[in-house]
Design a binder for this molecule. Structure first.
Ligand code: C5P
Length: 274
């Protein structure tokens, strides 16, 4: 069981969406032994500066950070940005798949080239693509014209919309794979279709995870840790249920136990994490 617990911890990523750097360092220090990676996004990085936050995490021994800035820009601008962040020695970065194959390829190439230029003395960050945010559903995409409005209101409407979302997310994940990226971010609902389309080596990162009884906040396509494992997610991203808890380490460990239990049931999913 202890190996399964270790594996479960490697599969859990804390989304550290708190703006105060001191509070963030305290939470990170408490939670780091219970998770595989800590994700730093706009909330903390914009308030304190990306290099400063990464350095602060490194100082307390948190080395495997995921810089989640979801870049979506011209290929050249994304490449230069990726080079700067790769020099800061991070474990994972991401771009929006909607930025296109050329942009994604430029991001991956820049990460590899910078890593080589640094004499491989920094990590070569995994580069993954955001498909569709888990806070958005079909109707949100229809509202901005990304998918056609869906007038049909029959009993099967929800199912049809779910399938259309799935097809869109899978095609974005395939595009990321074609560009040489290491994986994609998607909701649990799309994880298995991505696994089937992209194979066992493609890293599937799933936010929108809520343990039983947790607050939904602004997420729409939510699911449980057990279902994420069943859907062959490699990495489960959980934020508020951990950092808002008065005892974040214990909250993380509760989720670890849910993951471990699911790994025990779906032992075919036990893969070595990156
Ligand atoms: O607090 P919560 O568990 O909802 O946090 C989820 C995290 O996952 C947030 O940091 C959010 O930015 C991130 N996220 C993501 N990609 C998505 C949806 C959410 O990185 N598609």
């Amino acid at each position: 069981m202890s190996n399964t617990l270790d594996l479960a911890r490697q599969k859990l990523t804390l989304a550290l969406d708190v703006p105060d750097l001191n509070a963030a360092q305290e939470i990170a220090g408490l939670v780091a032994p219970h998770v595989g990676r800590i994700k730093l996004g706009t909330v903390i990085l914009e308030a304190n500066g990306t290099p400063q936050v990464i350095e602060a995490m490194h100082r307390i021994g948190v080395l495997n950070v995921f810089v989640d800035l979801k870049w979506h820009n011209t290929p050249d601008v994304v490449a230069k940005t990726v080079a700067s962040v790769t020099r800061m020695n991070v474990g994972m970065i991401n771009v929006h798949a909607l930025g296109g194959v050329k942009m994604m390829r430029a991001a991956k190439d820049a990460a590899m080239q910078t890593w080589e230029e640094a004499g491989r003395n920094v990590r070569c960050p995994l580069v993954i693509a955001v498909t569709i945010l888990t806070s958005q559903d079909y109707d949100d995409l229809a509202e901005i014209g990304v998918v056609p409005l869906f007038e049909h209101n029959g009993p099967d409407a929800i199912e049809i919309k779910k399938h259309k979302m799935e097809a869109l997310v899978v095609s974005l994940a395939r595009a990321a794979q074609k560009a040489g990226l290491d994986g994609a971010v998607a909701s649990v609902h799309e994880a298995l279709p991505i696994r089937n389309a992209c194979g066992p080596k493609f890293r599937i990162v799933t936010p929108g995870i809520r343990p039983a009884g947790a607050d939904k906040t602004d997420q729409k396509r939510l699911d449980t840790p057990a279902n994420a494992i069943k859907a062959e997610s490699d990495e489960l991203v959980v934020g508020s249920p951990i950092y808002k808890d008065p005892n974040p380490a214990e909250a993380a460990e509760r989720i670890v136990r849910e993951i471990a239990e699911a790994l025990g049931t779906h032992c075919g999913c036990e893969k070595t994490p990156a």
